[in-house]
Design a protein around this ligand. Structure first.
Ligand code: NZQ
Ligand code: ZN
Length: 385
């Protein structure tokens, strides 16, 4: 096992009806900004529940945080916080609203242009407003981590930052809040969580027995519940298992003491920034080809994945690996996510601009062994067409 620090201060409040606990979680004298996406939290009643739970506290709202939250929009929220001396943020939504809230929390105190928070990957953040979240879309794990991914529309940059200051104080996870998810977003959530686990699990063995078994258990849970959940999105048990799996997939626990990959995510972010695909769609396209092309580097873990996650234990090594990768692709397809670039009208002429963006962002030595250079990224993109 590798050396590690594990720090996670987020208080999780899980279960149906738990939004009411906002009354205990938010200070009585807080001046609150509730941050929202489009209409979903209004339409499914979550916003009403939130405002009711906040009672007489002073609160304002900021809505319109888009999927892949933009710097341009979020800077308007920063203005609102500053002009009205608000001192507590409450994100009500999915990963985009939560990521956006983390950015606003930090940007309020920025001493230089807030975009520098992204350019320095958060290293200059020394202070942030306290914030909590009410999660409506299980997917990103943002509700229990300190990471945030922000897009600058003007330049098509999609960059991330993290800081010790940007963990949510608390997150309310009420699985009934995701009953209203459209199939596409539900599938996206399952695929995103799945890929988060793979980015931290499918590297090389370090005798991290617990992390491996936890990761395998989370993957098997998604495989077990994914298709049924697509059929029964209002099933409490299925939704609650997805919600907790997605949170555990990226709260630092399975990633402590093990090598990480993240090459799939970094290439995926460029595809979203240039072509607007959903985050999870990019992962479902890139992950299977990434595993295939790096099968030598990842050989031992691919065989372990085949055996322990998919119960594949016959055939040659190459055959087992092929089957495990095919099963991964089929799992995404079964959820209704297309796993080829061509299905989204992206063709060979689009590859060079994606590589140019990776280069501009310094994404030239990705992966657990720094082997994903631009040549490898090109191969992955070409094989994903
Ligand atoms: O905007 P509204 O109307 O709220 O609709 C949203 C949005 O259109 C809708 N939605 C959310 N909850 C709903 C609902 N619709 C009906 N019922 C509900 N209960 O879903 C749409 C997508 O929402 P979004 O928040 O964008 O999705 P997701 O949670 O998948 O977040 C994606 C963002 O998170 C980033 C991604 O890059 C992307 O920008 N990520 C953040 C990470 C992190 N902080 O750790 C890690 C991830 O790898 C990822 O990069
Ligand atoms: Zn992700």
């Amino acid at each position: 096992m590798l050396n590690f620090n594990f720090y996670n201060p987020t208080h999780i409040v899980f279960g149906e009806g738990k939004v009411a606990e906002l009354d205990q979680l938010v200070p009585k004298n807080a001046r609150i900004l509730i941050l929202l996406g489009g209409k979903s939290a209004k339409e499914n009643g979550t916003l009403d529940e939130v405002t009711q739970a906040l009672g007489n506290r002073y609160s304002e709202q900021f809505s319109g945080i888009e999927p892949n939250p933009s710097y341009e929009t979020l800077m308007k929220a920063v203005e609102q916080v500053k002009s009205n001396q608000l001192d507590f943020l409450l994100a009500v939504g999915g990963g985009s609203v939560i990521d956006g809230t983390k950015f606003v929390a930090a940007a309020v105190f920025a001493k230089t242009e807030p975009w520098n928070i992204l350019l320095t990957v958060g290293s200059e953040v020394t202070q942030a407003l306290p914030f909590g979240t009410v999660l409506t879309l299980p997917a990103t794990g943002s509700e229990m981590n300190n990471g945030s991914v922000i897009t600058r529309k003007e330049t098509h940059d999609k960059l991330y930052f993290k800081s010790k200051q940007t963990f949510p104080q608390f997150s309310i996870l009420d699985p009934t809040k995701s009953y209203s998810l459209p199939p596409r977003q539900l599938a996206n959530g399952i695929a995103d969580a799945y890929t988060h686990i793979m980015e931290q699990y499918l590297t090389y063995p370090t005798n991290a027995l617990v992390q491996d078994r936890f990761a395998e258990g989370l993957l098997q849970t998604l495989i077990e519940i994914g298709p049924s959940l697509m059929e029964n999105p209002r099933d409490y048990d299925l939704q609650s298992n997805l919600m907790w799996t997605a949170t555990l997939a990226l709260n630092g626990l399975i990633g402590a003491g093990v090598p990480h990959d993240w090459a799939t995510h970094m290439i995926g972010h460029e595809i979203t920034a240039l072509h607007g695909l959903d985050h999870a769609q990019t992962l479902a396209i890139i992950l299977p080809t990434m595993l295939d092309l790096r099968r030598e580097e990842k050989r031992e873990k691919l065989l372990q994945y085949a055996d322990r996650v998919w119960n594949i234990n016959t055939g040659t090594d190459a055959q087992r690996i092929n089957m495990a990768i095919n099963n991964t692709r089929n799992f995404f397809e079964q959820l209704g996510i297309k796993t080829r670039l061509s299905a989204y009208n992206i063709d060979s002429k689009d590859i060079q601009p994606l590589l140019d963006r990776l280069e501009a962002h310094g994404m030239v030595t990705l992966g657990e062994h720094d082997t994903v250079n631009l040549t490898m990224s090109r191969k992955v993109l070409e094989a994903s067409l």
